[in-house]
Design a protein. Structure first.
Length: 190
């Protein structure tokens, strides 16, 4: 009998993780946002450029934004490293109302390597981000999600997030891409 798979371990992201996180972000955009944002934009995404952005943000935003990675089980001995493969990434910090940070937290991003969707990786990252934000005393966690991204919206709704009525659009290659805001109270998170 095969033992059940180990849940991913969540830890703080390091500079050494930026390349893998960039790969997850870019492949995530190209997979999850196909048909939701212009294909020209998805085709132009670069793992190398995104890795450089991750390195800059990780260094610049230290102490404000929290970057977490989910890693799979350790590799067999002789294959290097105590961690397995990085399977996902999440980032959270203070909610941004324009240029002002509020007392609420914001989940800036959750991305899971496409081959590991529906395997508990996103849940582990979201659970740890939510726990940390509640422990920091934030009353709510807010996030923005593409309005037409039904898969992501279901994921957040299963975790207790609900749309709060706020909607915005951002422009990608001249096309307006609508987003909706979701909120969840953190006062009951244990």
């Amino acid at each position: 009998m095969t033992p059940p798979p180990q849940p991913p371990r969540v830890r703080e992201m390091t500079l050494a993780d930026c390349g893998r996180v960039a790969e997850i972000r870019v492949r995530g955009w190209q997979t999850a946002y196909r048909g939701l944002v212009p294909q020209s934009h998805l085709d132009a995404l670069s793992v190398e450029r995104d890795a450089e952005v991750r390195r800059t943000l990780l260094t610049r935003d230290a102490g404000r934004a929290v970057n977490l990675v989910a890693v799979g089980p350790p590799r067999p001995s002789g294959h290097g490293g105590k961690d397995g493969e990085i399977l996902g990434w999440a980032c959270h910090g203070p909610y941004r109302e324009g240029e002002v940070h509020t007392e609420d937290a914001e989940l800036y991003a959750v991305y899971v390597a496409p081959g590991h969707w529906s395997a508990g990786v996103g849940q582990a990252l979201l659970r740890e981000s939510t726990r940390r934000c509640a422990a920091a005393g934030h009353p709510r966690m807010l996030l923005w999600v593409l309005k037409e991204n039904t898969r992501a919206r279901r994921f957040y709704e299963r975790a207790g997030f609900r749309p709060d009525g706020a909607e915005e659009s951002f422009e990608v290659d001249g096309v307006a891409v609508p987003e909706v805001r979701y909120a969840r109270s953190l006062t009951t998170v244990g």
